[in-house]
Design a protein around this ligand. Structure first.
Ligand SMILES: Cc1cc2nc3c(=O)[nH]c(=O)nc-3n(C[C@H](O)[C@H](O)[C@H](O)COP(=O)(O)OP(=O)(O)OC[C@H]3O[C@@H](n4cnc5c(N)ncnc54)[C@H](O)[C@@H]3O)c2cc1C
Length: 400
């Protein structure tokens, strides 16, 4: 957004509570690599120039990439500046920080979609003998006690952490709720390549039937590993991870799992099949059938005959629970009345329900790719155009 505002000669400042790429420095586990290939982190006027376009960046490489971008665009940064409140005034907005106040006509909320790791409402019922932590606080298996680990959540974070923890010698049980399964490679190409080429990631927020639902869909069950392998539930059961259903509650020191594991997995297999059908149709229509490998589908997810529906949490089998059930933004500093009951910003494609405020980086904000590094460019181009018109007094307001 800063780059797009600069292109339009709009005077602005970027306030950051830490250093550039703060969340990548402080909120990710050590072994994490991007699940999007190197070529796919395209920021306005800045892309990948290395010799491994199909590889996946490590965390130090992500930090370097974002730092290099900030330098390349000479972003007007104020680091170590925490926004403590944003309020409406007669002339626009008053933004208060630990380093004083800013008066501005417009505000772009780009504080991230993943500030707080979600935990279930019954997390306080976990017996005190068990350590709990979130995917945001997880760094590596060495920080865990020896013994069994229950990982709750089977999307990108949960499956990656379950794999790593199990490989460290700690038996892992993975609690599986709704998840989106995808092969890493399909017909010889990265699944992200297909989704990008076929326009799946460009699908717009005003083209989907149920945008509220689309905004709640979990991340793809994908990992960016050097061997480009698929990390799905079958890969996990193959190394010995035990699958159980969604954690529905804790009562009398017992974890209770939903009996819907088989259904959840069938649904996920079905949705993966639909995505691959879309890709096959696109490949056929675009004359790629003869140049790529033939369609090859993964076998259905394997589930044991009677997965356990409860687990004793006091018999010593489980020493640690890792919550990997998603993240949410934190807008406690936003004093403009634009939040819904769940604390999410009310907006229409990034136009917030208060004139002159814009949102960035929110799930499926304008496009399916809005939360990806690769997605912010198009959103920033659209919203900076609206912001410029707003400053000129020409913009039409569309309020959610
Ligand atoms: C585990 C994980 C893995 C991911 N993997 C990928 C991936 O492989 N590929 C991909 O494209 N995307 C991935 N993402 C999504 C990724 O977070 C986004 O693509 C990208 O980081 C979003 O950038 P952002 O600037 O919107 O948010 P953030 O990176 O969260 O940046 C927001 C910034 O705002 C600052 N901030 C917050 N509150 C305040 C305040 N009150 N005052 C001042 N500053 C504040 C924060 O310090 C932070 O630096 C992943 C996300 C997670 C959680």
């Amino acid at each position: 957004m800063s780059r797009c505002l600069a292109d339009r000669s709009i005077d602005h400042v970027v306030l950051e509570r830490g250093e550039v790429a703060h969340t990548w420095r402080t909120e990710r586990w050590d072994s994490l690599r991007l699940l999007t290939p190197n070529w796919q982190s395209r920021l306005p006027g800045f892309g990948y120039n290395g010799d491994d376009p199909d590889g996946y960046r490590t965390i130090p490489e992500v930090i370097e990439f974002i730092e290099d971008y900030a330098k390349a665009i000479s972003a007007p940064l104020q680091t170590y500046t925490t926004v403590t409140s944003v309020r409406s005034t007669e002339a626009g907005y008053l933004v208060s920080t630990n380093w004083g106040d800013w008066k501005c006509q417009t505000v772009v909320l780009a504080s991230g979609a993943c500030n707080i790791a979600r935990v279930p409402p019954f997390a306080n019922l976990v017996p005190s003998s068990i350590n709990t932590l979130t995917a945001q606080k997880y760094r590596n298996p060495d920080q865990l006690a020896d013994g069994g680990v229950l990982v709750v959540g089977a999307s990108a974070s949960g499956t990656q952490i379950a794999y790593e923890v199990h490989r460290s010698g700690r038996p892992v049980t993975l609690s599986v709720g709704e998840h989106i399964r995808a092969p890493r490679l399909y017909r010889g190409k990265d699944i992200e390549w297909w989704m990008d080429a076929a326009g799946v990631l460009d699908e717009r927020y005003d083209q989907v039937d149920d945008i509220a639902r689309a905004r709640r869909v979990p991340s793809l069950q994908l990992a960016g590993t050097p061997d480009r392998s698929t990390l799905d539930l079958n890969a996990l059961t193959k190394i010995g991870v035990r699958l159980v259903g969604r954690l529905a509650g804790i009562a009398h020191d017992k974890a209770q799992f939903a009996g819907s594991l088989r259904n959840m997995c069938s649904l996920s297999d079905l949705k993966m099949g639909r995505l691959l059908d879309t890709i096959d149709a696109w490949a056929r229509d675009n004359g790629l059938d003869s140049t790529v490998e033939p369609p090859d589908r993964l076998p259905p997810t394997r589930i044991e005959d009677s997965p356990p529906v409860s687990m004793n949490l006091t018999n010593g089998e489980i020493k640690t629970i890792i919550w990997a059930i998603g993240y949410r933004p934190d807008y406690k500093w936003l004093e403009v009345p634009v939040l819904d009951r769940k604390g999410m910003v009310r907006h229409d494609g990034g136009l917030v329900a208060s004139p002159g405020i814009y949102l960035m980086g929110s799930q499926f904000m304008r496009r399916r790719k809005s939360t990806l590094i690769d997605g912010v460019g198009d959103d920033a181009r659209d919203l900076s155009a609206h912001l410029a018109s707003y400053l000129d007094g020409r913009a039409l307001r569309i309020v959610a």
